[in-house]
Write a protein that binds this ligand. Structure first.
Ligand SMILES: [Cu+2]
Length: 139
């Protein structure tokens, strides 16, 4: 009899553990869902220039071998466009895990958009000219 009670208590404990594990994995899948939403805003083919119909919170000029402004702040949900206009081609390549979402084609003219869905500090550079650096802080 006491053995049965002991098993029942163990079973309840296991169930609580499973519920906790399920909650944890639900949290994880929620994170990857929002990452997936970010993915849909990126160009499917990196050589294709995408267009964007919504409002632009910030335009970063890419020219004269620099990003202007080099440092800027936007809010979650804001779309930033990088407007390329120079004699030589450039790109926007994120530095570090969070900023890997910034991955524009190499272009000398045209625009590339990104809509920020997660707060954080996004540092980026031009892979052709590593001295070209910029930062977008998303609040
Ligand atoms: Cu460059």
């Amino acid at each position: 009899m006491s053995m049965v009670r002991h098993r029942a208590a163990f079973a309840r404990f296991s169930t609580a553990g499973l519920v906790a594990a399920a909650l944890l994995s639900a949290g994880c899948s929620g994170d990857s869902d929002s990452a997936g939403a970010t993915t849909t805003l990126r160009p499917l083919n990196p050589t294709t220039t995408v267009t964007h119909d919504g409002p632009i919170a910030l335009t970063v000029a890419v020219g004269n071998m620099k990003y202007a402004p080099a440092d800027a702040k936007v809010k979650v949900g804001d779309t930033v466009t990088w407007k390329f206009d120079d004699k030589v081609p450039h790109n926007v390549q994120g530095i570090g895990d969070r900023a890997m979402v910034l991955n524009s084609p190499i272009m000398d003219k045209g625009e590339w958009f990104y809509t920020f869905t997660q707060p954080g500090v996004y540092r980026y550079m031009c892979t052709l000219h590593p001295d070209m650096r910029g930062t977008i802080t998303v609040e």
